[in-house]
Design a protein around this ligand. Structure first.
Ligand code: SF4
Length: 432
C-alpha cells in the first residue's frame, strides 16, 4: 500500500491519474473530505461523476497504487491465504508453526465468526504468533481498489484486486429486511453473452474458493462495523442475509471451487448462512445442473434464459448452441423432480430483441409445466452496445402475459444502474 502521506503530497488529479491512467470517462470535482486515514484510503466527495453514468455521489479511492501497474507488486510472492484451508488443513498449518491445535480453532473463529481482517485483531493469539502469521499469511486476499455507492445509498459496488493483478466485482444491495450480496465466481467470463460487459474481456481465470468466500467476509465485516464508511441509507443489520452468485463469471464453469466455497459459507462451523438464502445463477451448463441436483444442499438455482427459442437465445447466449432450450428445460425438469425446489428463470428484456407479446406467450407455453418463477429484468445497458432496455410499459405487458398464462413472473428491481452495478460494468468503466 502507498501510504496516505504520499497521496497527500501529490495533487488529487495526479493521484487519480496514477490509479486510473486514462481517466477520460471520469469527471471529478474538488475533494471536500479526506477520511478513513487509519485504514489507508481517502474519500473524495463533492462533484463526482462517472462519464456516461452521472449521478454517483461518492467515490472513495483507496490509497493503493494499482498493483497491475507496478511490476514490483506482481513480483511479490503472495502471502498464503488461510481462506483456502479446511479446518483440518488449518490445524495442520498451525501445528507446522509449532503451535497447539486449539490455535487453529481460534483463528478459524476469528475469520468466520468475527470477520477479522488481519491477524493483529486476533487478540487471544500470542503476539509472536500474530507476527509470524502476518509475515507469511493473510485472511484478506482481496484488495478493494474502488468503491461506489448509488445515489439512493442502497447499493454499494466494490472492485477488488486479486493477488495476481486480476480484478473482480461484488455488489451489496440493502433492502428493508434483506442485505443481499452479489458475488463473482471467475475473473472475467468465457461464456460470451452478447449483452454482458464481463463477456467483453473474456475469461482470465477461475476464482479460488477462498477468493469467493473473501468477497462475503469483506461485506460481512462492513455490515458488522457500526458507522463503517461508506454511509448507506438503510440501517445496517449485522449480517449478510442473502447471497447470489450472479456477479462476474459462470459459477458452473468453476464448479469445484464454487461448491467448496458454498460449503464453507453454509457450514455452521464456518460462515453459517442457510443454504436456502443462496442462489446460484447459470447460463445453462446442463451436465452441471444435473450434478447440482445431487449435491444435497438447498442452494437455489437460477437459469439465465433470456429467450424462449434457439434462434434468439443463441444470439444472446452462445452456449445455447451446445445446450439448446429444449434440452435445458428438460434438465431443469429433472432438477425439480430430484430436489422439489422451484427454479428461477432470469429474463433480461431487450427492446425489439426478446420483448414482444408473441415471445412472452411462447415463453409461457414452454415454462408452464415447470415449478418455476420468472424474474423479468430491465436490461442494465452498457456503452456501445446495440441492446437497449425495454420500456416500463412493455415490461409490464410482458410480465402480465406470463402471469395470465399460468407462469408466475415479477419485475426484478434494477439496482445501482448509475454505478455500473450490472456484472462487469464497473471494471469495464475503470479500464476505459
Ligand atoms: S451474463 Fe454471466 S455467463 Fe454470460 S458472459 Fe456475462 S458473466 Fe458470463
Amino acid at each position: 500500500m502507498v501510504s496516505l502521506p504520499i497521496l497527500n503530497r501529490i495533487p488529487v488529479s495526479a493521484a487519480f491519474g496514477q490509479i486510473f491512467p486514462t481517466p477520460k470517462r471520469w469527471a471529478i470535482g474538488p475533494p471536500t473530505t479526506w477520511v478513513h486515514r487509519s485504514i489507508g484510503h481517502v474519500e473524495l466527495t463533492g462533484a463526482v461523476g462517472l462519464g456516461y453514468n452521472q449521478g454517483m455521489t461518492h467515490i472513495p479511492l483507496y490509497g493503493t497504487t494499482h498493483p497491475a501497474q507496478t511490476g514490483a507488486a506482481r513480483e511479490q510472492v503472495p502471502k498464503r491465504s488461510l481462506l483456502e484451508l479446511t479446518q483440518e488443513e488449518m490445524t495442520d498449518y498451525v501445528k507446522s508453526l509449532g503451535q497447539p491445535a486449539y490455535r487453529a480453532r481460534q483463528i478459524w473463529d476469528w475469520i468466520y465468526k468475527r470477520y477479522a481482517a488481519d491477524f493483529a485483531s486476533m487478540t487471544n493469539l500470542p503476539a509472536a504468533l500474530r507476527a509470524r502469521l502476518d509475515a507469511e499469511a493473510t485472511v484478506s486476499p482481496l484488495t478493494p481498489i474502488a468503491e461506489v455507492v448509488s445515489a439512493d445509498r442502497n447499493t454499494q459496488k466494490v472492485l477488488f484486486q486479486l493477488p495476481d493483478g486480476q480484478s473482480i466485482e461484488a455488489v451489496l444491495m440493502l433492502y428493508e429486511r434483506r442485505r443481499t450480496l452479489c458475488i463473482s465466481s471467475q475473473a472475467g467470463c468465457g461464456m460470451g453473452c452478447t449483452f454482458c460487459a464481463t463477456a467483453q474481456g473474456g475469461l482470465a481465470r477461475n476464482l479460488t474458493a477462498g477468493e469467493i468466500v473473501a468477497q462475503v467476509l469483506y461485506f460481512a465485516r462492513y455490515l458488522a462495523t457500526p458507522h463503517a464508511p461508506p454511509a448507506m441509507e438503510v440501517d445496517r443489520p449485522t449480517h449478510v442475509t442473502n447471497i447470489v452468485l450472479m456477479g462476474m463469471g459462470e459459477p458452473m464453469h468453476n464448479y469445484k471451487n464454487v461448491w467448496t466455497a458454498l460449503r464453507r459459507l453454509t457450514d455452521p462451523e464456518a460462515f453459517g448462512l442457510g443454504a436456502r438464502h443462496i442462489t446460484l445463477s447459470t447460463v445453462g451448463l446442463i451436465p452441471m445442473i444435473d450434478r447440482m441436483a445431487e449435491e444435497g444442499l438447498q442452494i437455489g438455482l437460477a437459469v439465465s434464459l433470456h429467450a424462449p427459442n434457439d434462434e434468439i437465445r443463441s444470439q444472446l447466449v452462445p452456449i445455447n448452441r451446445r445446450y439448446p432450450v429444449a434440452e435445458l428445460l428438460a434438465a431443469v425438469q429433472r432438477y425439480i423432480e430430484k430436489t422439489h425446489r422451484r427454479v428461477t428463470f432470469e429474463y433480461a428484456l431487450m427492446r425489439g430483441i426478446n420483448d414482444s407479446p408473441e415471445l412472452a406467450l411462447e415463453l409461457a407455453q414452454k415454462l408452464k409445466p415447470l415449478l418455476c418463477h420468472v424474474n423479468v429484468i430491465p436490461l442494465n445497458p452498457i456503452p456501445d452496445s446495440p441492446y437497449q432496455p425495454t420500456s416500463d410499459t412493455e415490461t409490464r405487458r410482458f410480465v402480465q402475459i406470463l402471469n395470465e398464462n399460468g407462469v408466475p413472473a415479477t419485475v426484478r428491481l434494477r439496482r445501482g444502474i448509475e454505478i455500473n452495478a450490472g456484472c462487469g460494468q464497473l471494471r469495464r468503466a475503470m479500464a476505459a
